[in-house]
Structures are given as structure tokens and as C-alpha cells.
Design a protein around this ligand. Structure first.
Ligand code: PGA
Length: 244
């Protein structure tokens, strides 16, 4: 399992449903030449490319964008945590709002997935965050608390799991909460449970080269989960190198 304590910040590139062999080769050329000290870089490509990237990437870890909560058997189309572990995949995003929205993922399946990942020594990146309607109704903390309580397995500890705070309304929209709001949500998550004091909590939602430095300077933000801006390798490298 990756030793999370060796790193001071985390940069997770969530490619979503994007990528090709040509894209990957263009991406890895510049990335493989970079040296990032104490910064943990994780690439999350679409599943069929996991093994290819694992083989070619020199200084990044590889993560899956999802996994099954089934272990093995007649579950057509699924990818188990056991298979991910066989491929030596180190991280896996679970509970992303797009999976909650389009694929009916629930807090209880997210918890099962996270638990299986931990059993297989893969680090789950567990996503939580409120919708715009919830934010406008002042429900942000309530929603985060419920998601955390229902998604985090007992086995999740600061050395084997990561939390990502991703307001749903900020994902892919170019909108972000204020720095204060991000800080408050991260602080709120941290105080929910004694164990969370030591947790790495990432922020996600429209992180780009313009706003990343300020966001990553917030004390309780330990890194970023980046979608759109991670697809441009020059931007992704700048986001990583510009952060202190
Ligand atoms: P975005 O996506 O950076 O494009 O907003 C973030 C995410 O979905 O994890």
C-alpha cells in the first residue's frame, strides 16, 4: 500500500470518459520528465488503459475511477478490487457525484466498495459534497456529515483512505466555493471524528491553473481532485508545480 505519510500533497487527475493511446503517450512524455518532491500524483484513466499507463508512467501512481462491490462471479461488466490489486493499482475513486447521479451509486454501496478496497490494500478516495440546492438551503454540513457517516467503513484510517470534498455544483462548471467556504467544509469534516484530524482531505470542483495555488494554500486542504484541467498535461503540471 502507498505510504501516504510520505507525501505533503496529493494531485489526482480524474480523466473521466476521456483518453486514447495517443492521448496517453502525449501526456506521459512531459509528465515522466518531471520530479515532484513529496507530491503524490495519481492518474485515473478509463479502466481499459489502467495497465498500459501503469507500465509506462514513471513518477505517478495509478488509480481507478470506480470498482465493483462484488468480489467475483457472475457480474457482467464489473471490475473487482481483487483485479485492481492484481494490476497493482494503488488508488480508486469511489462515490464520485457523477456515479451517484448517473449510475445510482448509494452511500451504502460506496461504503462496501471502500471497505473492499482497503481489504485489498488499495486506497479509496471517498467523495462527498452537496448539490446547489442543498447549499442554497444551508444544508452543506448536514449533507457532508450524512455522506461521511454512511460512506466511511470502520476500517478507513488516515493511512489507508483519503476523503475528497467535491461540491456537486462546482464540478465541471467553472464555479467554485469561496476560499472561506472550502476552508469551513474541510474544517467541518476534520472535526467529525478523531481519526479525521490526520486524514488527507482533497478539494475537487473546477480546480484550474488560476485558482489552484490559493485553494491548495488553505491549511486543511491536502490536495486536489482535478477533472477538466487534468486533461491538459501542461496545466496539470503547472498546478502541481505552482503549489508549495
Ligand atoms: P472538474 O472535475 O475539475 O472538471 O470540475 C472534478 C471532478 O469531477 O473530480
Amino acid at each position: 500500500m502507498v505510504e501516504l505519510s510520505k507525501f505533503t500533497s496529493f494531485f489526482v487527475a480524474n480523466w473521466k470518459l476521456n483518453g486514447s493511446f495517443a492521448f496517453i503517450n502525449n501526456y506521459l512524455d512531459p509528465l515522466n520528465n518531471e520530479k515532484f518532491i513529496k507530491k503524490c500524483v495519481v492518474l485515473c484513466p478509463p479502466s481499459p488503459y489502467l495497465y498500459y499507463i501503469k507500465d509506462l508512467s514513471k513518477n505517478s501512481f495509478i488509480g481507478s475511477q470506480d470498482c465493483s462491490y462484488f468480489e467475483e462471479g457472475p457480474y457482467t461488466g464489473e471490475i473487482s478490487t481483487k483485479i485492481l490489486s492484481d494490476l497493482k493499482i494503488d488508488f480508486c475513486i469511489v462515490g464520485h457525484s457523477e456515479r451517484r447521479k448517473y449510475f445510482e451509486e448509494t452511500n451504502s454501496t460506496i461504503k462496501e466498495k471502500a471497505s473492499k478496497l482497503i481489504e485489498n490494500e488499495i486506497i479509496p478516495i471517498i467523495c462527498v459534497g452537496e448539490t446547489l440546492e442543498e447549499k442554497n438551503n444551508n444544508l452543506t454540513n448536514k449533507v457532508i456529515k450524512k455522506q461521511i457517516e454512511e460512506c466511511m467503513p470502520k476500517s478507513a484510517k488516515s493511512d489507508n483512505a483519503i476523503i475528497a470534498y467535491e461540491p456537486v455544483w462546482a464540478i465541471g462548471t467553472g464555479l467554485t466555493p469561496t476560499l472561506n467556504e472550502i476552508e469551513n467544509s474541510h474544517k467541518y469534516i476534520r472535526q467529525l471524528n478523531n481519526e479525521f484530524i490526520k486524514f488527507n482531505i482533497l478539494y475537487g470542483g473546477s480546480v484550474n491553473i488560476k485558482n489552484s495555488k490559493q485553494i491548495l494554500e488553505i491549511e486543511d486542504v491536502n490536495g486536489a481532485l482535478i477533472g477538466g484541467a487534468s486533461l491538459k498535461i501542461e496545466d496539470f503540471i503547472k498546478i502541481i508545480s505552482n503549489s508549495s
